[in-house]
Ligand binder design. Structure first.
Ligand SMILES: [Zn+2]
Length: 242
């Protein structure tokens, strides 16, 4: 039993050693986006750790969206440095929402913060607004679109608006909230008195938000998107701050 514990702590130490070596290489610019990590065996020899520790470190980095582990040989083989911040943020947020550490009210407030900023900054000629308009068309379909299908399009519409602001960090944060937003929105539908009435109101509000951005009225777009997000939440019987 004790030796198991000791082995666990030893392996924890060594895989952290591999992690900090990789972090240093990235910070120093010796390892960059698209670059390859040394082969498992040579990295293990270089750092004087077991190959298991190297593998453990790579698994962690993979889950964080920092590397993509390759298999086999040839030009596609090896572990490549990538950048997918939403992979890590998204799954971490989803898990914490599931464990109730991230209350829905806080997600709603964060959406209002990010989305009203993005609506105010969105460029009226941003190509993402065309995508947003197409999504609104798809949401008008009266047949073959159930509640979850509607909500999935709704989230994509909001992501397109956020992307139109052209801020990579805000886009990554919104992308990582995607599943949390869709999850809570779906859960709240049971508290809505009349889904069809809500859906028709949401459609109208979406058009007004998009129109305000296209007209270059960022202030109005920001106010409308905040009211849109909070309105849905309140209609489901919850008030912000509870
Ligand atoms: Zn919406």
């Amino acid at each position: 039993m004790w030796s198991n514990h000791i082995n666990y702590y030893l392996s924890m130490r060594t895989h952290q050693l591999v992690l900090s070596w990789i972090e240093n290489e990235l910070s120093a610019g010796r390892l960059a986006l698209g670059g390859r990590l040394p082969a498992e065996r040579s990295l293990a020899e270089h750092l004087k750790v077991s190959r298991t520790s190297v593998r453990e470190a790579i698994r962690i980095l993979e889950a964080m969206g920092v590397v993509r582990a390759g298999v086999g040989s040839g030009p596609e083989a090896g572990t490549v440095v990538i950048s997918d911040p939403t992979a890590a943020l998204g799954s971490a947020l989803r898990l914490h929402v599931a464990t109730q550490h991230l209350p829905v009210a806080d997600i709603v407030e964060t959406r209002v913060l990010l989305e009203s900023w993005a609506a105010a900054k969105a460029r009226p000629d941003a190509p993402e607004l065309d995508e947003a308009a197409d999504l609104l068309h798809a949401m008008d379909a009266s047949e073959g679109l159930d509640i979850s299908g509607f909500l999935a399009l709704d989230v994509r519409f909001h992501l397109a608006l956020a992307n139109a602001a052209g801020n990579a960090v805000v886009s990554a944060m919104m992308g990582s909230l995607r599943e949390s937003i869709q999850g809570y929105a779906a859960e709240l539908t049971s508290g809505l008195p009349d889904w069809d009435a809500t859906a028709s109101r949401l459609r109208t509000e979406h058009r007004e938000i998009l129109a305000a951005i296209r007209e270059g009225d960022g202030g109005r777009a920001a106010t409308l998107v905040a009211a849109h997000i909070e309105g849905y939440y309140k209609e489901a019987g919850l008030a912000a701050g509870l």
